[in-house]
Design a protein around this ligand. Structure first.
Ligand code: DX5
Ligand code: ZN
Length: 221
């Protein structure tokens, strides 16, 4: 399964409904929702009321990325307001395993995110319990940053590790993904592609379709 997950962080918030309709109509199957607490990351974005309000106008998978300190405090709230998949950061809680169990107990998908400098070995005793690993390809906190090149090797190593363990867990990439580098991350092993600026700046429908076309071609290679 391959999916494009446009991040609404880069959307025009006064026309959010319109942006969401455009990405869905053009073939995106996920919406990526970046929740920032002003503590785990410097910035503050949006929370439950916004997600609850847009839930009724989209059939996409609501993919909630919690850039929040001690995310276990809010897991149930983000499921209640419409999250289909909840991703927490390995760096944000002492009790990663408990937080993942908390997400899975509600029947939604659980993801674990790693900052660029966090090594893959933090996944050693948790990999078989998660539905998705999010490899951050920028330092989290802001949209519109440049892709960190060493991420490509990290994605490849993670996909190899999963193959060795017989796992087909989703690998999501997030940060600085553009039409120019999306085939690189897919060839490295990623299958869920987050893109904010590269989808929402300019012609949203064209950008979405261009992403999906390039993704499809990269999968066929
Ligand atoms: C960064 C966020 C990303 C961000 C991606 O902290 O997690 O999801 O919105 O934005 P672009 O695609 O513009 O780098
Ligand atoms: Zn994100």
């Amino acid at each position: 399964m391959f999916a494009l997950a446009p991040s609404i962080l880069a959307a025009d918030f006064k026309n959010l409904g319109n942006g969401l309709e455009k990405i869905q109509k053009s073939g995106a199957s996920y919406v990526h929702l970046d929740v920032m607490d002003g503590r785990f990351v410097p910035s503050i974005s949006f929370g439950m009321p916004v997600i609850e309000s847009i839930r009724s106008i989209s059939n996409c998978v609501f993919d909630v990325h919690l850039m929040v300190e001690e995310p276990e405090r809010y897991i149930d709230d983000f499921i209640a307001c419409g999250g289909d998949s909840i991703t927490i950061h390995a760096e944000a809680t002492t009790h990663v395993s408990r937080a993942i169990s908390q997400i899975k107990a509600s029947g939604v998908k659980a993801g674990i995110a790693l900052n660029p400098s966090t090594p893959l070995n933090v996944l050693d005793y948790i990999l078989d319990q998660v539905d998705m690993v999010l490899i951050m390809t920028v330092n989290p906190g802001f949209g519109g940053q440049k892709y960190i090149d060493s991420s490509t090797r990290k994605i490849t190593e993670l996909r190899n590790l999963m193959n060795d363990c017989g796992l087909s867990t989703d690998i999501q990439v997030d940060g600085g993904i553009t039409l120019d580098n999306v085939s690189t991350v897919i060839e490295a092993g990623a299958n869920i592609i987050v893109a904010g600026s590269a989808v929402f700046q300019g012609d949203i429908e064209k950008n979405t379709k261009d992403f999906l076309r390039i993704m499809k071609n990269s999968i066929l290679i």
